[in-house]
Design a protein around this ligand. Structure first.
Ligand code: NAP
Length: 507
């Protein structure tokens, strides 16, 4: 049952008087339950509990943390239809997506459980002593990875389950041995509370210390700011806007003890389609990309927001077909009124730029939070001259840039801001001409896709979800896949240690 309260460790708490409601975007009405914003005292209590819990939790063996993560997955599944209903009500996303995202969330938790069931993930290095070394003897040195401490996770608006309360950030931090305090997203506070109740049940059933997890409500910046500034918080995970991620990054670096903020933010995910590919299979590419642009109402960080082509006989026919097919897909609901407002403003501000032509958009009046998909085009010369055209429009929107030749296309790729992904659509006979493009993309993105779509981020050890700024604040790390655990640990070396005093996995 959704109560509207915070979880301060294992206790439900609502001491404040500031409340908010999440919104049912399909009906455009607030949901019933008021959510109580955590007070300053509640924020401090959650962090202090996490700090105390850390002393015990960091020493709990991996197999027990694995049991905790698996129990969270079980408890999430046990919430059954209540969770699916809260998700669809608060996000406007369809039930199929809710079930799929729950599956991904459960899979992530179980994957991290498997990972920490043994200590291989710690990348232990054992460098034995050599007393006979000349001119100086060599000491025994052993290195391992240790958890940072309490981690604050900001739930993402566009993935109420997989990148939120028990999403990848939380699963990886708990796996690493870090307690987690979630700042629930105001747009899906009910979903967050239900998932938090599952985590708390799992923590109690598997004997985890009180404070290993807390879930705090809030809307506006007060709760998030207080969390990031607190001395006992040691790292932050964030998915959302560039302005939000950057503000939190700045706040964290201005602390007396700066801490890492792993923020995954904006991306326009350039897609390069060669003339030969358009010539040979333009219709198929248009069909595939129409569905990628509109998938999840375009509310994916990997949405293909920028398509780069070179002028050729068939380019215009391809552009028109892409626009027709995109607009033919029925308008869908966005996550909420604020996201819809930003979509309308940001798409309008691109459309009004010099040289931009609308190839297709859904005409006529739509229901309140439904989005009119847009495919627009501009020349490579205008794109190079106008940085405004490089900005993300979060939603079903794609800007197709028609370049005068391959050199201009390469110049555009080299001048892009950091991106999560880059995609190349090309023919086999062109492979030998692609090296410069691949080189340029490698320098700008975290993941390069060949003859595919950027939407769809596999949870796998080989996944890189993160890229040069502003795609993320630290391109050396991934936010998806088992590698994401590395964000919450730091290396420690033990020199000349007696075996009895070493952690078991270093003996
Ligand atoms: P957001 O505005 O960045 O907010 C995300 C979370 O961070 C919320 O919990 C918010 O708290 C908190 N926050 C933001 N700025 C903060 C600050 N200065 N200090 C403290 N806390 C702060 O993102 P959103 O609400 O999810 O969506 C807004 C826009 O972000 C979208 O329209 C879209 O453009 C972009 N977005 C991008 C991606 C992506 O993957 N690229 C994903 C989601 C959203 P409060 O709600 O309490 O203020």
């Amino acid at each position: 049952m959704i109560t509207g309260k915070n979880y301060i460790g294992n206790t439900l708490s609502a001491n404040g008087s500031v409340t908010h409601h999440s919104i049912n975007p399909k009906l455009n009405i607030p949901t019933d339950v008021p959510f109580y914003e955590a007070t300053e005292e509640e924020v401090n209590e959650a962090i202090n509990l996490a700090w105390e819990a850390f002393k015990e939790y960091r020493r709990i063996p991996g197999v027990r943390r694995a049991a905790f993560l698996n129990a969270i997955a079980d408890e999430i599944l046990a919430l059954d239809q209540e969770l699916i209903d809260a998700y669809t009500t608060e996000s406007g996303l369809p039930e199929g997506r809710a079930i799929g995202e729950r599956g991904r969330t459960v899979y992530q938790l179980r994957t991290f459980a498997d990972l920490v069931s043994n200590d291989e993930w710690r990348e232990n290095v054992i460098d034995e002593a050599n007393p006979d070394r000349e001119p100086l003897p060599k000491d025994d040195l052993r290195k391992t990875l240790k958890p940072l401490g309490p981690v604050v996770v900001f739930a993402a608006s566009n993935f109420p389950l997989a990148f939120s309360t028990a999403g990848g950030d939380t699963a990886s931090a708990l796996a690493a041995g870090c307690p987690v305090i979630v700042k629930a997203h105001a747009m899906h506070s009910g979903t967050s509370e239900l998932v938090a109740s599952a985590i708390i049940k799992a923590a109690e059933k598997t004997g985890m210390p009180n404070g290993v997890f807390s879930n705090l409500m809030g809307r506006g910046r007060t709760v998030g700011t207080a969390l990031v500034k607190h001395t006992n918080v040691k790292a932050v995970g964030f998915t959302g806007s560039i302005s939000g991620g950057r503000a939190l990054f700045n706040l964290a670096s201005q602390r007396e003890e700066p801490i890492p903020v792993f923020a995954e933010m904006g991306s326009i995910n350039p897609v390069i389609i060669t003339s030969k590919a358009i010539n040979n299979r333009g219709e198929d590419i248009a069909t595939t990309y129409a569905s990628s642009i509109t998938l999840g109402t375009g509310q994916f960080c990997t949405n293909p927001g920028l398509i780069l082509t070179v002028e050729s006989d068939k380019t215009n026919a391809f552009l028109n077909s892409l626009a027709e097919k995109t607009v033919a897909i029925e308008a869908q609901c966005m996550l909420g009124p604020n996201i819809k407002k930003s979509f309308v403003e940001n798409s309008a501000s691109i459309v009004e730029q010099k040289g931009v032509q609308v190839l297709g958009t859904i005409d006529g009046k739509l229901e309140a939070n439904y989005a009119a998909s847009h495919v627009v085009t501009v020349s490579g010369t205008e794109f190079l001259a106008n940085p405004k055209l490089h900005q993300e429009v979060f939603g079903p929107f794609s800007l197709v840039v028609t370049c005068s030749d391959e050199n201009q296309l390469l110049q555009i790729v080299n001048g892009l801001e950091g991106q999560l992904t880059g995609t190349i659509i090309a023919e086999e006979e062109e492979y030998s001409e692609l090296y410069d493009l691949i080189d340029a993309l490698e320098n700008r993105v975290g993941r390069i896709i060949f003859n595919g779509v950027p939407t769809g981020v596999e949870v796998s050890p080989s996944m890189q979800h993160g890229g040069p700024y502003p795609a993320s604040t630290d391109s050396r790390f991934t936010a998806v896949g088992t590698g994401s655990i590395k964000r919450w640990v730091r290396p420690v070396s033990y020199q000349s240690f007696p075996k009895e005093l070493l952690p078991t996995y270093l003996k």
